[in-house]
Write a protein of this length. Structure first.
Lengths: 424, 541, 332
């Protein structure tokens, strides 16, 4: 059923249709509307016997989810940014225990400076935690990926993050085809855990494992991710058959036929990117794009194959590995290891900065002539940066970068350099 | 359940991990010797019969008791209970009133008519000379061992000092008669008023394989007191014997008893009951030094008996007795002070102790008589003549009923072994269960039960029993005050406090055992065992 | 028998005993006890926590008709009971993290409720560090929501698993690896620390109790009572640690007993924030009797000693006795 609906509400409805039995959540922008929506539906009795636990922190949220999942309940939670970091220990624990929890990440920057707007720093911080990470381009895909995520998680006994760009998707009203509950039920069977806390068949879960078996445990967790490389496309195909639309999969190429320059990105920026590709193709340039849906497992072979004809690759990513550069680009380079194909990194949209079609077109064009520096920081205010760098040269102690920059930009009270005392 | 590798485990799988190899010391269960048992001259297994009594199994308790002592009803009344002096409970609150429970069991047996079967016939015949406590005890134990027993007694009745030395108000005669009758019912032959003069001849004619002599000590010791005009002087043994056999002795209105032992007390109290307005004990030392037991002194004082401590009788002039005050020197001996007083009395009763009449033994080859007139025996109670055993007051030992009864048992066991051509070697004693081996915290606070006592007024005029028995409820309570020193009473502490579940509970009556596969040797079971029935021993390997 | 004699040698001070009525014996006295934490675990000799855990979980198992799920915080109890490839637990058991056991347990309880399983009960357990320090946020949340979980803290008064570091339960003046017995005021600082039972009471949850591994009847009664209720319940059990306290393994129960008898570890029960019962001190002892056998307090008795510190600790015990009325004649 088509609905003009806020992304968060659409995700909430999709999750509810997956019949979770326990939801534990803690408020944090921008995922809050999802769990608010679910709280309302649970309270209204629309989600069966589902228990909704108002926990005291994200750490508790995922911890409660761990308990619930270990007790055999289909379990869901959601978070963003600082919240994901606060639950970090439990993130690793859930995957280590092989608990098929589904968690929505309303992607948001990580502070300091505190920032509520979208980028992918949060998800990237947990990329190697053992969770599967699927990134949605649109709210339709967000809905579809959640339905697939429960089946995927339970099939492999591994937790799944569905990453939805904060505000850009979570707070956007768009037309979404909300599936019919019966359709979801047919696609998603009941949860049959591989292990469960059961007095009739007791087991000890969460043992301490020493050097004699720890590597094997880790290898097996990695192996699950490798299994997911096969399970995800199969699931997407099954989904397409059941629901009549393409959604998910490992990667989604767009006009890459014969493209010399292929641009890669995660999440919602793919919409803008496709527009840019269309425009550049119309302009006769040999450009295509590939959406990476599954960042974990990372589809190394599939990307290598998809990029086989490309002369160069541009990775547009909303994160920054400080001291290294692009995180996604580094992963892509691994897919292309041994090949001479240049990979350009475009760090873009950090902390919610807009990524415009115009800027994208500009950097892609620069890449096509191999004149793009790597990494490129999209729409960076070089004047502010240079001014601050100049000051660093004058003073041994740099002070807080954020505040100095804002002052430079005239956004907070300006004070002559060197003046001591509080700023507010 | 199929489960993921390593992070999930099967329940209880740690049973594969035998932590017993951590141990440097191992706990072991043991029975330690309770101080009461250790102190009992009759060798009673007191803790064991209390254990049964605690369960309300009175007959079972009684049967454990009589395995060592055929006179529980008597001993519950007249034994001076050294067991209680040793009782560890005295260090918590008050000792267990062991004698009161013993008496309850003894009375219960008489009331219910519990009997004892003799042992299977061995074809051996033993002559017992003397029907006092020692001889009766020997006869009883010999019958239990299956030997034929004849008891020869010079007097008219069985009981010896139990009858002729202990007043009725302490030991009612129906009780004594009942316990003796039970022995007679086992097939012991009694021959009264039949003094044995020639043991070898009696053995020959009677066809006896062994003899146990226990004729006691009833020759009263005398002392020489200068007398200007002789007054009425009696000896305590005769006074007490006359109480049983003929007319009560005429003691007069004012009676002085000379001596500080229990017999002195008995005579003074008897005199009060016979109507003496004044019964005065003269003793040359202090109350603390009196051989008489404190409770008897107390009861006597309650009944109006007077005691002059630190006095000796120096001269008698008809009814006037001159006494000299004494003082105790540094070494504890009484010394004259030169200060004199006079006392008026109608009768003087000497209670200065007794000697053994060993005349009939002096001619028996091999029998040695010691300087102080007692018969020498070896560790097996045998005299220098093979097959001739002796015990009781006539051999060197403390002269109490309980010692005598113990001698009877010991002699019987030795005679039994000797008859079989061997010697009796008692099993080695267990190590003593000292108080510091107990964990007294666990015992419930409970004061000793009090036995009822006859009114003072009635005690002055009758020979009714002074001290009453406990009723069943109180006796059970008292039995349950037992700490069971050194002997497991199945409190489950070891089973409960083991952090490694390495104690196996074997079920009621079967106690516990250690599972050394898992015991780490922490010693908590030992520390928390209330009764000290576990100890740690070093691992050898 | 004319009258029933209730008295028995040890009354109910011992674990059981052959003459007590079955209902007066402890779960631990029965051959049928579950041994929820069974043999082969790797706890130190004389471990109070291993003992306390079996006491508490067995009692809970009986109360729950053996339908119990346990969630365990990281710590000694977890490490010594479940090192791969062996587990000592004999019930469904889950270990997640150090600081999240209350939340994990809340999740288990929610799952059971969602599945309509009204029979299976949930118990969470951890040491003092996992409970009153790192796990305190989650514990408070569990109390706040009144989750249907019985949380049991085994308090051995420091981080023993990591080598005896101070926790918020480490008593004043105690030596730990992070509060060394040096300087002018050796050992842990006076006047700090948390009282989780009182804090639990401040949440007004249905049931809060303190218990000791030295008083099994009391401990089992409290676990049983707690299991008879719904909602969030908290039991704080004192469990001596020979390693961390510097005491002999065989003295574990004695020390727990002296802690109670000195007044330093008061035993009480509270319902909805109000104390409803206290276990009176049976034979009061000075705190010195409790402190002296422990090497962690050895500096209090060395040389000239620390009379002031001792007096302050005694004052704490006295205050507890007054506050909870532990010695009946001293109440008024």
């Amino acid at each position: 059923m088509l609905k003009q609906i806020e992304g968060s509400q659409a995700v909430a409805e999709a999750v509810a249709m997956c019949r979770p039995e326990v939801i534990a959540a803690y408020p944090i922008t921008p995922q809050t509307h999802i769990v608010e929506g679910l709280a309302a539906m649970v309270r209204e009795g629309k989600v069966g016997t589902c228990q909704y636990i108002n926990v005291e922190s994200e750490f508790a949220a995922l911890s409660a989810a761990i308990g619930a999942s270990a007790a055999g309940a289909r379990t869901y939670t959601a978070t963003s940014s600082q919240g994901l970091l606060f639950m970090a220990e439990a993130v690793y624990n859930a995957s280590g225990l092989g608990l098929p929890i589904v968690m929505t990440i309303g992607n948001r920057a990580i502070g300091a400076p505190i920032n509520i707007w979208n980028d992918h720093s949060d998800s990237m911080s947990m990329a190697n935690s053992g969770w599967l990470q699927l990134f949605a381009e649109t709210n339709q895909e967000a809905v579809d990926l959640h339905i697939q995520a429960f089946r995927l998680a339970e099939q492999l006994s591994v937790p799944v993050m569905v990453c939805v760009d904060g505000f850009i998707l979570t707070h956007a009203y768009e037309r979404v085809d909300i599936p019919d509950p019966d359709q979801v039920d047919r696609f998603l069977p009941g949860f049959e855990p591989v292990q469960v806390l059961d007095p009739d068949d007791p087991i000890s879960m969460g043992a301490m494992v020493g050097p004699e078996a720890f590597m094997e445990v880790r290898y097996l967790a990695h192996h699950k991710q490798m299994q997911a490389l096969e399970a995800i496309p199969a699931l997407a195909a099954d989904f397409a058959e059941s629901f009549g639309r393409e959604s998910g999969g490992l990667i989604a190429p767009y006009r890459t036929e014969g493209a010399e320059t292929v641009v890669l990105a995660l999440g919602s920026v793919n919409g803008t990117l496709k527009d840019a590709v269309d425009e550049m193709r119309a302009d006769g340039q040999s450009v295509g794009a590939i959406k990476i849906v599954s960042f974990r497992p990372f589809p190394l072979a599939q990307l290598r194959e998809a990029l086989a004809g490309a002369k160069r690759v541009v990775v547009v990513e909303k994160d920054l590995a400080l001291g290294l550069g692009g995180i996604v680009a580094s992963n892509v380079r691994m897919a292309l290891r041994g090949l001479a194909t240049p990979v350009y990194t475009v760090i873009a949209g950090l902390g919610g900065r807009s990524i415009t079609k115009r800027s994208l077109t500009r950097v892609i064009a620069a890449a096509t002539t191999d004149t793009l520096e790597d990494p490129h920081f999209l729409d960076l205010d070089w004047q502010a940066v240079d001014s601050e760098l100049a000051r660093w040269k004058e003073r041994r102690r740099a002070g807080p970068i954020a505040e100095n920059l804002l002052r430079e930009m005239g956004l907070v009270g300006h004070r002559p350099h060197g003046t001591e005392g509080p700023t507010s | 359940m199929e489960h993921p590798f390593a992070i999930s485990l099967d329940v209880g799988s740690s049973l594969a991990n035998h932590t017993g190899n951590w141990r440097t010391e191992r706990p072991v269960y043991l029975d330690r010797l309770p101080p009461c048992n250790n102190a009992c001259p009759a060798g009673e297994n007191i803790q064991s019969w209390l254990h049964r009594a605690e369960e309300g199994d009175y007959e079972g308790a009684w049967r454990v008791l009589i395995a060592d002592n055929p006179f529980p009803a008597v001993h519950g009344r007249v034994c001076y209970h050294p067991c209680e002096d040793a009782c560890n409970r005295g260090q918590i609150d008050e000792t267990v009133s062991i004698h009161a429970v013993e008496r309850f069991l003894g009375d219960e047996a008489l009331k219910r008519g519990w009997t004892i079967e003799p042992g299977p016939d061995t074809g051996k015949k033993v002559l017992v000379i003397g029907a006092g406590p020692s001889g009766l005890s020997a006869a009883y134990h010999l019958r239990r061992l299956g030997h034929a027993v004849t008891v020869r007694e010079a007097g008219p009745m069985a009981g010896g000092m139990l009858r002729f030395g202990i007043p009725k108000y302490r030991l009612p005669r129906d009780v004594l008669d009942g316990e003796i009758a039970r022995i007679a019912a086992m097939g012991v032959e009694f021959v009264f008023e039949s003094k044995v003069e020639d043991i070898p001849a009696e053995m020959e004619t009677g066809g006896f394989d062994a003899v146990f002599v226990a004729v006691g000590a009833h020759l009263a010791k005398r002392t020489t007191i200068p007398a200007r005009e002789a007054g009425k002087i009696l000896d305590a043994v005769s006074v007490l014997r006359d109480m049983e056999t003929g007319d009560p002795p005429k003691l007069g209105r004012r009676v002085v008893v000379y001596g500080g032992g229990n017999t002195a007390i008995d005579v003074a109290r008897t005199a009060k009951r016979l109507g003496a307005s004044e019964a005065l004990i003269v003793y040359r030392r202090t109350r603390e030094q009196m051989p008489a037991h404190d409770f008897e002194v107390r009861e006597a004082l309650e009944e109006g008996v007077l005691i002059n401590w630190l006095q000796t009788i120096k001269q008698i002039d008809a009814t006037t007795f001159t006494v000299e005050k004494m003082r105790i020197d540094e070494s504890g001996w009484p010394q004259p002070t030169g200060e004199f007083e006079t006392i008026e009395a109608d009768t003087l009763v000497l209670a200065l102790g007794q000697n053994v009449d060993t005349g009939f033994l002096e001619s028996v080859p091999g029998v040695a008589i010691a300087k102080d007139g007692v018969v020498e025996v070896d560790a097996h109670m045998m005299t220098g003549r093979p097959g001739l055993f002796a015990g009781g007051d006539m051999v060197p030992a403390e002269r109490t009923v309980t010692v005598a009864v113990g001698h009877g048992k010991k002699a019987a066991r030795n005679i039994d072994a000797w008859l079989a051509g061997g010697t009796y070697d008692p099993p080695p004693k267990h190590e003593l269960a000292d108080f510091d081996l107990l964990n007294a915290w666990y015992y419930t606070d409970a004061d000793q039960s009090v036995q009822p006592q006859l009114d003072i007024a009635r005690r002055a005029s009758t020979f009714g029993e002074v001290v009453g028995g406990l009723d069943e409820t109180t006796a059970l309570f008292e039995a349950r005050r037992c700490l069971s020193c050194g002997n497991c009473f199945e409190c489950d502490n070891c089973y409960g406090v083991c952090p490694d579940n390495s104690v196996i509970k074997l079920g009621p009556g079967n106690r516990f055992e250690f599972n050394y596969d898992f015991c780490k040797g922490c010693g908590l079971c030992v520390a928390e065992c209330p009764c000290g029935a576990i100890k740690m021993v070093p691992e050898t390997t | 028998m004319s009258q029933r004699v209730k008295f028995y040698q040890t009354g109910t001070f011992t674990v059981g005993n052959r003459l007590l009525d079955a209902d007066q014996r402890t779960v631990q006295a029965t051959r049928e006890r579950n041994n929820s934490l069974t043999s082969g675990h790797r706890a130190c000799q004389g471990c109070g926590e291993a003992l306390g855990a079996r006491y508490a979980v067995d009692a809970a198992m009986r109360a729950a008709d053996n339908r119990l799920v346990a969630v365990n915080a990281t710590g000694c109890l977890e490490v010594f009971s479940t090192p791969y490839p062996e587990s000592s637990w004999q019930l469904p058991w889950l270990h997640s993290l150090f600081g999240n056991a209350p939340a994990v347990a809340a999740g288990v309880a929610a799952a059971l409720r969602a599945k309509g399983d009204t029979r299976t009960r949930v118990l969470a357990q951890g040491g003092d560090g996992g409970t009153v320090d790192i796990g305190f946020g989650c514990l408070s949340g569990m109390f706040d929501r009144n989750d249907d979980v019985l949380y049991i803290c085994y308090d051995n008064e420091a981080y023993m698993n990591t080598g005896v570091q101070r926790s918020a339960r480490t008593p004043a003046a105690a030596r730990t690896a992070t509060t060394p017995a040096v300087g002018e005021h050796p050992g842990n600082v006076m006047g700090q620390g948390k009282n989780p039972a009182l804090i639990a009471m401040a949440h007004e949850i249905p049931y809060v109790a303190t218990a000791s591994v030295a008083d099994l009847h009391d401990l089992e009664a409290k676990v049983t009572r707690a299991m008879g209720m719904g909602g969030a319940r908290y039991i704080h059990i004192h469990v001596p640690c020979p390693l961390g306290w510097g005491s002999r393994p065989c003295d574990t129960i004695m020390l727990a007993r002296l802690a109670v008898e000195s007044g330093l570890f008061p035993l009480y029960e509270a319902e909805h924030g109000e104390v409803v019962d206290v276990t009176p001190i049976r034979r009061r002892v000075p705190v010195e009797d409790y402190l002296r056998p422990q090497k962690r307090f050895a500096h209090l008795f060395r040389g000239e000693g620390q009379a002031e510190t001792l007096a302050a600790i005694q004052a704490t015990a006295d205050r507890n006795i007054r506050r909870f009325g532990l010695v009946p004649e001293e109440v008024s």
